[in-house]
Design a protein around this ligand. Sequence first.
Ligand code: PAF
Length: 304
Amino acid sequence: MNITIIGAGAIGRLWGCKLAGKHNVQYWTRDHRRQLTIHLSASEATQHTTSSNTFDFEANQETFLARSDLVLVTVKAFQIAGAIQAARPHIAPQATVVVMHNGMGSQQTVREMLPDNPIVYATTAQAAFRPSEDEVRHTGIGPTLLGGITAQGNRLQQLGQLFDDALSPCQWQDDINLPLWRKLAINCAINPLTALHNCKNGELALAQFDTELTNICQEVAEVMTAEGYPVAGSELRQQVDTVIKATAGNFSSMNQDVCHQRQTEIDYISGYLIARAKAHQIAVPCNQRLWQAIKELEKQYHDQ
Ligand code: PAF
């Protein structure tokens, strides 16, 4: 297959290196480089899956994009519209578009911008980070789930196998919105708190965060239930605790965004929850307060 990956962040780089074993892969990026070299390395947690290697990719070749059977979009949620706008003139109408980002709230935009393409959404618990410009380190293993959000996208079950062959475990879902909501709950709990307290995920296991984590999860559970995905707050809390433990040594993506004074994904994480809560007239004061606090932090970037 010819695959174009839009976005060369840590997750996009990890998937590119993994897919390159069996497919022709190029990157589509905001700069106009024609080549991209990536050094992939493993961590203690991933050394049985990932070996160090260097990969050379083509980049930003319009003819390659036009020939791509699959377009994997790994930019942040707030970059989706701009990234698709730039690539759209070269994307074939039959190309499958897979969108993988933290948070929710971009599906309508993608459907409207690419009305003819089969669209699939994905969520991954694989973890990666970039210790330097050229290097990507695979720091954690977890499931990747994919599922269609359009009629044509719903028929692409075989994509589960394609992604699983590249980086296991990976599974096709008949309703991708359920795993997206479950991941949203994890991000609503871990991301803002680790950004505001400038701590690793593992520190959220301290007793001082107990009540707040319970309240966040309870609010998310009420909104999920109203959306047609009934769940108990205690079940979400258990999942959050599992991820806190499994990623104890990692800094969350929002912690890193705030440390580097980059725009965060808060509007697509707590912000999406708040918007859906409003639609169902559900009060979510705890998530509202966290959203507000991160927005305040982002505003302060410009004053420093
Ligand atoms: O955004 C992140 O960092 C990750 O989605 C998660 C699961 C919170 C782990 O750090």
